[in-house]
Design a protein around this ligand. Structure first.
Ligand code: GRF
Length: 225
């Protein structure tokens, strides 16, 4: 059921932008009632910004080293973000911690996608760490952004098996293939209001969510188009 005015997304990126692109492509094929209206970065030369510009999306990048503090950087960056009037901010491979005033300013409106089954493996090198620990299962999580690294309440997860002979790169590819539908489905359900969050309270169809949604639950509840 398309919404009358498109739900507006601001996406924060630092690198390649495949998750951002998954949102753009989903919108183009009519599978997402939300539109990427601005893409923002700490890395002016990153591939994600170039891709966003190819799609005619407004972009902006600020270099952290040009600012006196993390707070000063975030204030300027998030003023640019606020100017596109986002309903939701999506951190998709944005490799910086966000300071408290910015987190507070956008409370209930900022999510991150992280390549692990949180609370396991916050931070970097998640795939190598999961392999080194002998995990049989790995995956990705979409969670609320808080000031702590990859530690906000988890909305939904996608799981993949760890297979014999996997290396970090192969496992990363298997996870990434699930990240894209996970992010698109989460954003879709947030846009329709079926999935909502604020602080520790996450609700799904109006009921408190006891455990993160699984990607297949999100898929199954997708309305036929
Ligand atoms: C993804 O694995 C995402 O989960 C993590 O960083 C990676 C970004 O990939 N936060 P991309 O830039 O979306 O291709």
């Amino acid at each position: 059921m398309p919404l009358t005015s498109p739900f507006r997304l601001a996406v924060l990126v630092s690198g390649r932008g495949s998750n951002m692109n998954a949102l753009i492509q989903a919108r183009l094929r009519g599978a997402l009632d939300a539109q990427v209206t601005g893409v923002f970065s700490d890395k002016p030369g990153c591939a994600a910004l170039a891709l966003a510009r190819e799609h005619g999306i407004e972009t902006a990048a600020l270099r952290p080293r040009d600012f006196a503090s993390r707070e000063a950087y975030d204030e300027s960056l998030f003023n640019l973000v606020a100017a596109v009037h986002p309903d939701l901010i999506v951190c998709a491979g944005y490799l910086r911690l966000i300071s408290e005033p910015a987190v507070r300013r956008f409370a209930g409106r900022m999510i991150n996608i992280h390549p692990s089954l949180l609370p396991k493996y916050p931070g970097l090198d998640t795939h190598a760490r999961a392999l080194a620990a002998g995990e049989r299962e790995h995956g990705a999580s979409v969670h609320e952004v808080t000031t702590a690294l990859d530690a906000g309440p988890v909305l939904a997860q996608a799981r993949v098996p760890v297979l014999e002979g996997d290396d970090a790169q192969i496992l990363a590819q298997r996870v990434l293939a699930r990240e894209h539908p996970l992010l698109v489905q989460c954003v879709q359900k947030i846009a329709t209001g079926e999935l909502a969050f604020s602080g520790e309270r996450i609700s799904w169809h109006g009921q408190p969510l006891a455990a993160p949604l699984a990607l297949n639950e999100l898929d199954l509840l997708e309305e036929p188009r």
